[in-house]
Design a binder for this molecule. Structure first.
Ligand SMILES: Cc1cc2nc3c(=O)[nH]c(=O)nc-3n(C[C@H](O)[C@H](O)[C@H](O)COP(=O)(O)OP(=O)(O)OC[C@H]3O[C@@H](n4cnc5c(N)ncnc54)[C@H](O)[C@@H]3O)c2cc1C
Length: 426
């Protein structure tokens, strides 16, 4: 069957790889002028870093298989790269306050594991005590010390890409269920040599089907055995299509026949995280001189930093989520401000600074944010209605998967979408 795949991010590329291998005839489209979507490695003048998705968890089997398949080398985050916590410019590492905070983190994790077990057995999810609550509520209830609350917020906000008062507790526990068998450093365990965006480009290079960039899908009309896709200035007929764009873009496409209201509501009610990355390049990895690994959680608007292990030029990535994104978007020189803030805790930043880049995913037209998260109440009202298939239109993308918000979810959705298309009558 002739299949149109719209969106050449990880989900679209992987779905196309599977369907090509099965002998389908494909046409590939993306609104951007490049493939990769939210996987985007910047390579220029001695710099190599990921402006979008970057880390692979140790149990993200599909992502690890893709790396093995395409011959990428994995860099693991070592125990020797612990996060430093800096509050009001001061590093917090030891003492009674720190021990109390660590114990809070353990209590929170133990509590979440218990809740996951009880959620799995709850007959009626509406009856659970967590409905309508946020992750911030749980942190306030379970963590006793102010530092513990701060650390828990920093760690889980980073995973969700958003402030935790916006993230549903029941919904977060659903995702936490994926983690319960984990031990140790399994989250954000690996990065790929040359970057995740470069890897997905190599995956796209294995495809033989024609690709049309700068093709924004506007409408899909379907008949019994075919679909007609209307792009800006281009009309395409196919036997079926896979749409992989993130929820805000799905909501902009017009469907004939229309998407049923519950499915449309599920898409419209799924927000994208406010996520920004700021890249700072330095002459020397000055942080090493002060014994700092470059990995930081802080209460300043910088929020979190890490290094880019495969960049020839030393790089710090600042990863900012939630309300703090507004702070950075108001700055006339966000890169300069970030260097000043890092200098306040780790002297040497200003002296060594070379150049920087600001990657604002909130302003990205084709994603409107970093990745999806589920707000309070979403699970009971919308989760079951996230559209997976509408006649001969099959939906993919990380938001349709179990691993929402992850590269692993995009790949998971590709496998399901390829199965769905293959099961359609020709
Ligand atoms: C800053 C940031 C950090 C992240 N960090 C991590 C991480 O460390 N680990 C991790 O696992 N995940 C991370 N993620 C999430 C990860 O990048 C995504 O889950 C994954 O890349 C999504 O792939 P996708 O194919 O589902 O969607 P996308 O990559 O968004 O692909 C969808 C494609 O559809 C195209 N499109 C949109 N609208 C239209 C339209 N109307 N017509 C035609 N084409 C359209 C887009 O241009 C895009 O190429 C991060 C994301 C961001 C932004």
């Amino acid at each position: 069957m002739r299949v149109a795949v719209v969106g050449m991010g990880a989900a679209g590329i992987q779905a196309a790889r599977i369907l090509e291998a099965k002998g389908h005839s494909l046409e590939l489209f993306d609104a951007r002028d490049r493939v990769g979507g939210r996987l985007h490695t910047i390579e220029s003048e001695g710099l190599v870093y990921d402006a979008g998705g970057e880390w692979i968890d140790a149990d993200h089997k599909r992502a690890l298989e893709l790396v093995a398949d395409l011959g990428g080398r994995l860099y693991s985050r070592q125990e020797s790269e612990p996060y430093t916590f800096a509050l009001q410019g001061e590093m917090r590492k030891e003492g009674a306050e720190w021990e109390e905070a660590k114990s809070d983190l353990q209590s929170l994790e133990a509590w979440a594991r218990e809740q996951v077990a009880s959620l799995a057995t709850a007959a009626d999810p509406d009856a659970t005590q967590h409905a309508g609550k946020s992750v911030a509520d749980a942190i306030s209830e379970v963590c006793r010390s102010p530092l513990g609350r701060l650390l828990a917020t920093a760690i889980y906000r980073s995973d969700e890409g958003e402030d935790l008062d916006r993230v549903g507790l029941q919904e977060w526990l659903l995702g936490f269920g994926n983690y319960v068998h984990r031990e140790g450093l399994e989250s954000s365990a690996f990065r790929v040599e040359g970057g995740m965006g470069a890897l997905i480009r190599r995956a796209a290079d294995t495809l033989e089907s024609p690709f049309t960039p700068n093709a924004r899908l506007l409408a899909v009309a379907q008949r019994e055995h075919s679909v007609r896709l209307h792009f800006d200035g281009l009309t395409v007929d196919a036997g079926a299509c896979i749409l992989t764009m993130p929820p805000p873009q799905v909501a902009c496409v017009s469907f004939d026949p229309p998407l049923p209201n519950p499915q449309l509501d599920a898409i419209r009610s799924m927000p994208m995280s406010r996520t920004i990355k700021i890249m700072l390049a330095f002459r020397e990895p000055f942080w090493e001189q002060s014994g700092w690994s470059g990995f930081l959680h802080t209460d300043s608007p910088v929020q979190q930093t890490w290094t880019a292990p495969t960049s020839p030029t030393p790089v710090l990535i600042c990863y900012v989520c939630g309300n703090n994104c507004d702070f950075w978007r108001r700055q006339s020189d966000p890169v300069g401000t970030a260097v000043e803030m890092i200098e306040a805790t780790f002297p040497g930043a200003k002296r060594n600074f070379m150049k920087g880049n600001f990657h604002d995913w909130v302003a990205d037209e084709w994603s409107r944010g970093g990745f999806c998260y589920l707000p309070p109440g979403y699970m009971n009202r919308h989760l079951a209605n996230i559209p997976l298939r509408h006649g001969r239109v099959v939906f993919a993308g990380d938001h349709t998967a179990t691993w929402k918000g992850f590269i692993e979810g995009a790949l998971e959705s590709a496998e399901r979408a390829a199965r769905d298309v293959s099961s359609l009558p020709a």
